[in-house]
Design a protein around this ligand. Sequence first.
Ligand code: ARG
Length: 462
Amino acid sequence: GTGKLWGGRFAGGPSPELEALSRSTHFDWRLVPYDLAGSRAHARALHAAGLVSDADLAALLGGLDALGERFAAGTLQPDPTDEDVHGALERMLLAEIGAEVGGKIRAGRSRNDQIATLFKVFLRDHGRMIAGQVLDLVEALAGQAETHLGAIMPGRTHLQHAQPVLLSHHLLAHAWPLLRDVERLRDWDARVAADSPYGSGALAGSSLDLDPEQVAHDLGFAGSTANSIDGTAARDFVAEFAFVTAMIGVDVSRIAEEVILWATREFGFVRLDDGFSTGSSIMPQKKNPDISELARGKAGRLIGNLTGLLATLKALPLAYNRDLQEDKEPVFDSVDTLEVLLPAFTGQVATLTFDTARMAELAPQGFSLATDIAEWLVREGVPFRVAHELAGACVRRCEELGIELHELTDEQFATIDPRLTPGVRDVLTAEGSVASRRGRGGTAPDRVREQLAELRTAAGAL
Ligand code: ARG
């Protein structure tokens, strides 16, 4: 034998070139605790099936625990000749408790069902972690929304002034998609928790009468996989996870882009906290929104991880193929990326200082109250098509005169059209405009206060 997992059939060991290519311990070592948990459950299943004695089970569990302790202490390291985490841990178990007993653990399992199961458990743990971090960001947005209830800003479409809105309304519009991302993680988790691939073996299942349901329950799954080929070959759970992490990155990038814009001199809407912004090595005056820029950049990377993974899976024949080992690095990267990005981003959002006076001053500018004129005319009985036309004429007149809508005199209004009586002036404030949008989902202060409570209730239920 060669000392490898597959020694018997091979006269010689692998070439160094193959070893270098094949090795995955530099990235799959983080799965050690998950592989050990799987092995404990599997040892108990072997015992329950009568294939391992009480004493052997105790020895196996003791050996696995010892490896777990060494891993926790940071002293468990793979050898350069170890191919992957599974092979390395089996080699170490044998060294720990002897080849006689240690050699029993591999019965009825394959690295193919091992890795499919462990990756699910790993991703479930990190899915919960990321969900918690996203909820922290939701709360940071909600906190800012609460602090600034009543503050008015220019609402935009096409990045042009459109209609005044509450700053809180705008901030909450970023919170809702993030809440849906958390829901996506929960949906995903319920789907993944349904079936554990352990027991699928290499692809065809096991002849040893092991109980995959028992292993599944030990590892926190509701049940075991119905099809052993599917259990070992499917990676849609990885792709779906990668999608949700990419979606989170994209949703965060949309906030990031606005923070970057808002922090410019031209906008002047926000000031960044010193702890969450950076300076320049040459320009002493600089205060840069690096966290938001990194968020924007990392969204691209998260998308890349998803698309790379989908490309790996495309047209891959059943069942296990070694291509599937390529599923781990991109998704580990997505996990690491979000877990370091989200706390920083949340800190940046929570510590933003808004210049609400400047926002309020700009809110009615750029003729953003033109719709209010049109809707006032509609309430006066004018058909909207005509009202739109008349409000447009007001804008044109203002542009000629270089003034804003509320600066038109009663005579100027009357000259444009006699139906534009002085009463129109009542709607020509940003406050009046915002307060008038009082239907559900609208930007009126009362609605936004309710919306904030609704968001927090929804977040609390997750
Ligand atoms: N390390 C592999 C993976 O991540 C699991 C090992 C299966 N290898 C094999 N030759 N069947 O997919």
